[in-house]
Design a protein. Sequence first.
Length: 282
Amino acid sequence: MSGLPDRVLLAFDLLEPLPGPVLEAMQLLDDLGSSAEQVAEAIGRDPVLAARVLRLANSALYMRTRRVATLRDAVVLVGFAAVRSILVTAVAYDAFARGAPGYGMDRTQLWQHALAVGTVARHLAQARGLGAEAAFVAGLLHDIGKMALSHSLQEQYQAVLEAVRGGADFVQAERAVLGWDHAQVGAEAARRWNLPESLVQAIEYHHRPDELDDPGLADAVHVADALSLMLGFGVGTDQLMHRCSEGALRRLGLSEEEIPLLLVVLADLLAEVASLSSLELA
């Protein structure tokens, strides 16, 4: 992506690259000949990463019926695909450190919203034969561009609101006033982490999935974003200004009549997300 404002590029410079142990573990996870021991050994080279992986593997996100005590057990019991999601979650936590004050959200609010959207997106994807763990990662990172645009938005928030009052939705207003919207900037962050193009696309189009020929993951993230908002996860300054796509609901096989019951199911699913508001080590 070219033409990004200098301030946004600076924010990207502060976005740490994936640590060596994560890159090594990711490469092993992509290799069908890798063993659980090899993956666990790579993760274990970073003690903080290892501790976070174990905490997440034992969390409500993965609903383990018995405690996971070792990294090898985590890899074996949750599976390679879920370990990939756990690694991204463990690393992404640090990227949320500054929060997004321009959007009225501190680190905890933004992180809980990210976890909620990822969890709901995974639930929707599982029910519809989409890539469940890919949906989780896309949901987790869907708003990561807000950190880069936050300061610019603080300075020009009134101009953005004026565009909204003129009939634009919030994302259109971001593009009109700031030059880029947070989803486009978030997609660039995902590219810099060398994430698969399908995830990059889901992040970039999570507010406009109808523009894609194959919007499966974007649909899941888009609807998960709306449902998480309904459940009170992540009500920032912009969230009430987004519109939920009827097309996305239809493609996911959801009707308006089903939403209240789905929200009850999701409320139970998300009940323990608040317990992961911090991944700092005690």
